[in-house]
Design a protein around this ligand. Structure first.
Ligand code: ADP
Ligand code: MG
Length: 249
C-alpha cells in the first residue's frame, strides 16, 4: 500500500530576511503558494513587496531564510543559480523589454541562449505565447511602437516562453494608462484559469478578490495578515489591514 502524500508546495518561503545596509526590509517572511494557486500580495509602498519578489527569483540575495520552488531550494549555495532562476518567470511594473530587439526577438533570445532551443522551436513557442496574450500581429515591430498594455502583454509572453513553473508579477498594471489595465488583467486571469501558479503584487483589489486564492497583507517587512482573498479584503481582522484597505478601496 502506498500512502498518498500531498503535492509539495510550488513556492515555499521560510523565514526570509533581507536588509539594505542598516535598513531591515524583510523581517522574516513565511509564505506558501500551492501548485495552481494565485496568491496576491498587497500592502503600502515601502513595505517590502518588491524585495520579497526579487528574493524569490534571486534578483536579490536573501540574508537569511529559504526559497523552495517545487522542492528545489533556490537559496541553497550549491544550487545552479541560473537553472534555479529559470523556474521562475517575472513580470515587472516597467515591462523591461529589450528596446533594440523586435517583439519576436525579445521572446526568443533567452530561449535560444539559455534553453538552447533552435530558431524554429523558439519561434513556434514565441508565437504560441504571443497568440495567448493577443499580440501575435506585433511580432515584427519594436517595443517603442506598442502601447504600454501591449508591451506588458509581450513581457508576459516572454516570461511564459521560458516555461516557468511559477510566475511572479510586480505591480504589472501600475505603469499603465487606466484604459489599458483591463487587457493585462484579462491575460493574467486567463493564465490563472489555465492553472498557472502565480504570486502577484498588486493594488487591483477587484482582481485580487476575484482571482486570488489567498491574499497576504504586508506592512513594515512582515506579513500582517493572510487568508482567503474575500476574507482579507472584505473582512480584514487586523487594524493595519483595515486602515490600508480604507485608503485603497
Ligand atoms: P514595496 O515594493 O512594498 O514598495 P520595496 O521592496 O521596493 O517596497 O522597498 C522596501 C524598502 O526597501 C524601501 O524602504 C526601499 O527604499 C528599500 N529598498 C528597496 N530596494 C533597495 C535597494 N536596492 N537598496 C536600498 N534600499 C532598498
Ligand atoms: Mg514595489
Amino acid at each position: 500500500m502506498s500512502t498518498v502524500s500531498p503535492a509539495a508546495p510550488a513556492v515555499e518561503i521560510v523565514g526570509l530576511r533581507k536588509s539594505f545596509g542598516d535598513l531591515l526590509v524583510l523581517k522574516g517572511i513565511d509564505a506558501t503558494v500551492e501548485p495552481g494557486e494565485v496568491v496576491c500580495v498587497i500592502g503600502p509602498s515601502g513595505s517590502g513587496k518588491s524585495t520579497l519578489l526579487r528574493c524569490v527569483n534571486l534578483l536579490e540575495q536573501p540574508d537569511d531564510g529559504k526559497v523552495i520552488v517545487n522542492g528545489v531550494e533556490l537559496t541553497d549555495p550549491d544550487v545552479d543559480i541560473d537553472a534555479a532562476r529559470r523556474r521562475v518567470g517575472m513580470v515587472f511594473q516597467q515591462f523591461n523589454l529589450f528596446p533594440h530587439l523586435t517583439v519576436l526577438d525579445n521572446l526568443t533570445i533567452a530561449q535560444r541562449k539559455v534553453l538552447r532551443r533552435g530558431k524554429a522551436e523558439a519561434d513556434a513557442v514565441a508565437f504560441e505565447n504571443l497568440e495567448k496574450v493577443g499580440v501575435a500581429d506585433k511580432a515584427r515591430v519594436f517595443p517603442a511602437k506598442l502601447s504600454g498594455g501591449q508591451q506588458q502583454r509581450v513581457a508576459i509572453a516572454r516570461a511564459l516562453s521560458m516555461n516557468p513553473q511559477v510566475m511572479l508579477f510586480d505591480e504589472p498594471t501600475s505603469a499603465l494608462d487606466p484604459e489599458l489595465v483591463g487587457d493585462v488583467l484579462g491575460v493574467m486571469r486567463k493564465l490563472a484559469d489555465e492553472g498557472m501558479t502565480m504570486l502577484v503584487v498588486t493594488h487591483e483589489m477587484q482582481f485580487a478578490r476575484e482571482v486570488a486564492d489567498k491574499v497576504l497583507f504586508m506592512d513594515g517587512g512582515v506579513v500582517v495578515e493572510e487568508g482567503p482573498a474575500a476574507q482579507v479584503i472584505s473582512d480584514p481582522r487586523h487594524e493595519r489591514t483595515k486602515t490600508f484597505l480604507r485608503r485603497v478601496l
